[in-house]
Design a protein around this ligand. Structure first.
Ligand code: ADP
Ligand code: MG
Length: 159
């Protein structure tokens, strides 16, 4: 098992024993289903309380990965997880899924009361949170997703 940083691993080679909280982990998925499965594996590595920024362009797979993470946490089934584009915040018990795409100003974000959510014992997944870095907690996990041709997605996790 190669656990070196930034080494690309196929989905079936992901092993929780490789987890080093300070390393960059790099994965590739080849379908929506593989991204959901990766989300489940990431869920098993997360502490009970975590803020996770999902960073990537529209269609990169942020919401798909959130489905996997939330289902891996046992908070909801993947098909119950929908994009919070319009409602901004979805709560699934111990998991929150937030999408700040439609907000333009920090004052709008500040009005959502995110600090109170960050204080809870919950995993908080945020799409487009990197647009408001001053409102995100310093202690956070960042997952960057990018399309790499066809259905391939490169997914990098920095803890
Ligand atoms: P985002 O939230 O980043 O805008 P979504 O997760 O909503 O992205 O959508 C990703 C889209 O890309 C979906 O239509 C999905 O079917 C498609 N897709 C194709 N390949 C993949 C992959 N490897 N991982 C995730 N989604 C994929
Ligand atoms: Mg989305």
């Amino acid at each position: 098992m190669n656990c070196s940083p930034a080494h690309s691993r196929a989905i079936d080679q992901i092993n929780a024993s490789c987890y080093d909280p300070s390393e960059l982990q790099r994965f590739e998925t080849r379908s929506e289903e593989e991204t959901i499965e990766l989300g489940r594996k990431i869920a098993s590595q997360l502490p009970k309380r975590a803020v996770v920024l999902l960073i990537g362009n529209l269609g990169a797979g942020k919401t798909t990965l959130a489905k996997g993470i939330i289902s891996g946490l046992g908070a909801a089934a993947p098909e119950e997880v929908s994009s919070p584009t319009f409602t901004l915040i979805h709560e699934y018990g111990s998991a929150y899924h937030i999408d700040l795409y439609r907000l333009d100003h920090a004052a709008q974000v500040a009005g959502l009361g995110l600090d109170e959510i960050f204080d809870r014992e919950a995993v908080v997944l945020i799409e487009w949170g990197e647009r408001f870095p001053e409102l995100m907690p310093a202690e956070r996990i960042e997952i960057r997703l990018s399309a790499a041709g066809g259905d391939v997605r490169v997914i990098e996790m920095l803890d």
